[in-house]
Design a binder for this molecule. Structure first.
Ligand SMILES: [Zn+2]
Length: 149
């Protein structure tokens, strides 16, 4: 009985009994099987990384109803991400929403200003004499002397 050539794969078996498919280092074992403590060590390093307890650490979101409030909130968000209080992924999720909110505020602001301008124009139109270019629509033209026959 001839076993197939082991190849460059690790001799050890994984926890579920399958052959470890990792490439070998010296001794016919892969890096992790040759250094069994390494995996948990790396895991510990990973687990030691900063935890983002946004529920506890993060201040409640301020009201975002003005462009100024958004500007301040963005500035605070940047500072919180930098300080490790807010996870960058959360900030990355919030950023487009803030941008959307800012757009909505700008649009609403423009609409409000346009409405007030339209109001003023309508008021001016009602009070003032129609100017040139409106002869056709003006029913009575007191200054017109040449009556067509
Ligand atoms: Zn292995």
């Amino acid at each position: 009985m001839t076993l197939p050539k082991p190849g460059p794969h690790c001799k050890a078996r994984t926890k579920n009994g399958k052959r470890c498919r990792a490439a070998t280092t010296e001794g016919g074992l892969c890096f992790f099987h040759a250094n069994p403590n390494k995996a948990s060590e790396l895991g510990r390093i990973g687990g030691r990384s900063k935890r983002y307890k946004t529920d506890e650490n993060a201040d409640p979101l301020p009201s975002l109803h003005t462009a100024t409030a958004i500007r301040d909130a963005v500035a605070r968000l940047i500072a919180d991400v930098y300080a490790g209080k807010v996870h960058p992924k959360i900030a990355a999720g919030i950023a487009p929403l803030m941008s959307l909110q800012l757009q909505a505020i700008e649009t609403a602001d423009l609409e409000r200003r346009l409405a007030s301008v339209e109001k003023l124009v309508a008021k001016a139109d009602a009070n003032e004499m129609p100017e040139e270019g409106l002869e056709d629509t003006a029913p009575m033209q007191p200054t017109s002397t040449d009556t067509k026959t």
